[in-house]
Design a binder for this molecule. Structure first.
Ligand code: AMP
Ligand code: MG
Length: 313
């Protein structure tokens, strides 16, 4: 059992002693450890059962800390940070020697973001080190958007969960490689492609890979519930005896066991409820889950990407 509490000072003490704390962010709950301490970072991989080739995002509480962990910060990065930090945007920078290799899985670039959650910002600002934090779920499972989700899957290995309430955005941060030309989006997330293009005033490349080690959060089976999930209409895989639960958007599916992402067709509301919906369906007495593709714009794109990874095809 983890201690579930709002005590930021206690969380800081546990982290300073080299142990882990699950932290709230606006995207999903993170499993945090001192990013400058390779042993603490190793504990994160161990607790999540996460492969070591999957690098972690480093969280900072203030832009002034950035120069410590990077060798240079480009004008484009500055523009994006000014507009979207704190927020669900992760940027890649050339790492300084302070960042241990285990954080980046040996890559030269480190992924950094400033999360927009008052408790976690306060915690980060009180610590003399940044926090490495992947999502606080077992590797490959649906990301947690509430303290109770973390407790149910990682409660036996995490000493404390800092309870900051439900996460507002609900899908992970967008990951951007600003150093490449054109700028590359490596993971779709809470800041949309349209927002990034508008801020930089240029077109970006979407380069989402399912197997490349430079963006391993994108592994094919990521974000999957334990129950098999299918695209609605995929009749090749329907077994007539199977009980189906539905993940609906704006009433586009119906059934006895149904989770509605947003009855008014609001993609922001749907994103905030996506992982909660998959998790809820996973707990129902059903054999399979069906979902329909969401509109391919704004946050709908990031959600379709997660659903694509979760669905069997
Ligand atoms: P998670 O925090 O578990 O949602 O996953 C974080 C994801 O960030 C990783 O799986 C990678 O896809 C991405 N990431 C972290 N560090 C890097 C990096 N140095 N280069 C490219 N992608 C990264
Ligand atoms: Mg994850």
């Amino acid at each position: 059992m983890s201690l579930i509490s709002q005590d930021i000072v206690r969380a800081g003490q546990i982290l300073s002693s080299g142990d882990l704390v699950a932290i709230p962010t606006e995207t999903v709950y993170g499993l945090a450890g001192n990013a400058l301490d390779p042993l603490a970072v190793a504990k994160i991989f161990e607790a999540k059962n996460r492969p070591f080739f999957d690098p972690l995002i480093v969280h900072i509480g203030d832009v002034s800390q950035l120069h410590l962990f990077t060798t240079s910060v480009s004008e484009k990065a500055k523009k994006l940070m000014a507009e979207f930090w704190p927020g669900p945007l992760t940027l890649l920078f050339n790492k300084s020697t302070l960042i241990p290799d285990i954080v980046t899985s040996g890559l030269e670039k480190v992924a950094i973001r400033m999360p927009n959650h008052p408790m976690t910002l306060k915690l980060l600002q009180s610590l003399p080190f940044p926090l490495a934090a992947p999502s606080a779920n077992p590797f490959g499972y649906v990301s947690p958007t509430k303290a109770a989700h973390v407790e149910s899957h990682l409660g036996h290995v995490v000493p404390m969960i800092l309870d900051g309430g439900p996460c507002g955005v609900g899908v992970e941060s967008t990951i951007v490689d600003v150093g490449s030309f054109p700028v590359k989006i490596l993971r779709l997330g809470g800041i949309t492609v349209e927002q990034i293009e508008e801020c930089l005033n240029e077109k970006v490349d979407i380069q989402i890979s399912s197997s490349k080690p430079s963006a391993p959060g994108m592994l094919e089976s990521h974000y999957a519930p334990r129950k098999p999930m299918f695209w609605h209409g995929d009749t090749s895989l329907v077994n007539n005896d199977a009980k189906t639960g539905y993940l609906s958007f704006e009433g586009n599916l119906s059934g006895d066991i149904l989770f509605e992402l947003s009855s008014k067709g609001d993609l922001t509301e749907a994103a905030a409820r996506l992982f909660q919906g998959m998790r809820w369906l996973d707990e129902q007495d059903i054999d399979r889950i069906e979902v329909k593709r969401l509109p391919e714009l704004g946050l709908g794109r990031a959600m379709n990407d997660r659903l694509n990874r979760a669905c069997r095809s």
